[in-house]
Design a binder for this molecule. Structure first.
Ligand code: DOR
Ligand code: ZN
Length: 343
């Protein structure tokens, strides 16, 4: 069995930098025509100049003969000036601004401490139509880790949308039924990305037979009812839901550690993982809309025209990939057999 779809884009990617970038970027470039590049480097990508330089480093890591366009984002801080938003917008290569509540995830310590501090930047974005991409979790140790997304929607996102009625927003890597319902029932200018791992796994996967650090990401996997709601949303044909892998590589020793980093690496088989998820609910015919149409339509970019072919053909995921010069990376489903293969 084979299916043909318009080439997909990845609307949420962490390709990293330096030697690590050279190891992982080819996986994404082989599958996707474009990717929205997250700015949580060390130091973060807070200016248009930094985004231009990062973009060049990404382009230099694209394998010869492969066409791949990095879509850049800026990292929002309490101090992001209005002018920087204007410069970013004029650049033509910065497509959005990413909000990390300070301390909520990997390299978010320079993030936003209180959203009110970002009013100048947010009102400029609203005016220019530049989307705000949100890591939607509160960083309050008193809030249960499994509730941090739904509490964020109520206490931060709803008031933010009310204050900025024209602001275009993407709630990134949604993980709950509450998020699905909120997106589906609110304004057109609010959309969401969904990862493959949140479509394939519930939180039991983190503890299956022992602690599984390579399935730990943020927002953390939730219970089965939420996974089912996400899969329903992705396969519904509703254009507010789009593909975003959140593929987030970390060196093996940083994951298999006393205090392991958050992030699942899925770029090596991203479209195959999504195909598996859609097939599980008999919705392969909806895969193309989710992976190749919703994103460009929301971002007002042209849809891709090339096609890719996926074939039912067993293959085994490698146990590891190299990650920079001296590190290894453990991909999702390491050593396991996948049934779909992009050819
Ligand atoms: O699991 C995650 N990893 N979630 C994030 O929000 C950040 C990402 C990373 O950069 O490692
Ligand atoms: Zn991310």
């Amino acid at each position: 069995m084979r299916i043909e779809i318009i080439c997909p884009d990845d609307w949420h990617l962490h390709p990293r930098d330096g030697e690590a970038l050279k190891s992982v970027l080819p996986h994404s470039a082989r599958q996707f025509a474009r990717a929205m590049v997250m700015p949580n480097l060390k130091p973060p990508v807070t200016t248009t100049d930094a985004a231009a330089a990062y973009r060049e480093r990404i382009l230099a890591a694209v394998p010869l003969g492969v066409a791949f366009e990095p879509l850049m984002t800026l990292y929002l801080t309490d101090e992001t000036p209005r002018d920087e938003i204007r410069r970013a917008h004029e650049s033509g290569f910065v497509h959005a601004v990413k909000l990390y509540p300070a301390g909520v995830t990997t390299h978010s310590d320079a993030g936003v401490t209180a959203i009110d501090r970002c009013e100048p930047a947010l009102s400029e974005m609203e005016k220019l139509g530049m989307p705000l991409l949100i890591h939607g979790e509160v960083n309050d140790p008193a809030v249960d880790v499994f509730d941090r997304e739904s509490v964020f929607i109520e206490t931060v996102l709803q008031p933010l949308l009310a204050r900025h009625p024209e602001l275009r927003v993407v709630l990134e890597h949604i993980t709950t039924k509450e998020a699905v319902d909120f997106i589906a029932s609110s304004r057109e200018s609010l959309a969401a990305t969904i990862t493959a791992h949140h479509l394939l796994y519930n939180r039991n996967a983190i503890f299956a037979g022992g602690l599984r650090p390579h399935r730990y990401c943020l927002p953390v996997l939730k219970r089965e009812t939420h996974r089912v709601a996400l899969l329903d949303a992705a396969a519904s044909g509703n254009p507010k839901f789009m593909l975003g892998t959140d593929s987030a590589p970390h060196a093996r020793r940083m994951k298999e550690a006393d205090c392991g980093c958050a992030g699942c690496y899925t770029a090596h088989a991203a479209i195959e993982f999504y195909a598996e998820a859609f097939e599980s609910v008999g919705a392969l015919d909806r895969l193309e809309a989710f992976s190749s149409f919703s994103g460009p339509d929301f971002y007002r970019l042209p849809r891709n025209t090339e096609k890719i072919v996926l074939e039912k053909n067993d293959w085994t995921v490698p146990q590891t990939f190299s990650f920079g010069e001296n590190e290894l990376l453990v991909p999702l489903r390491a050593g396991e057999v996948l049934h779909w293969k992009r050819i």
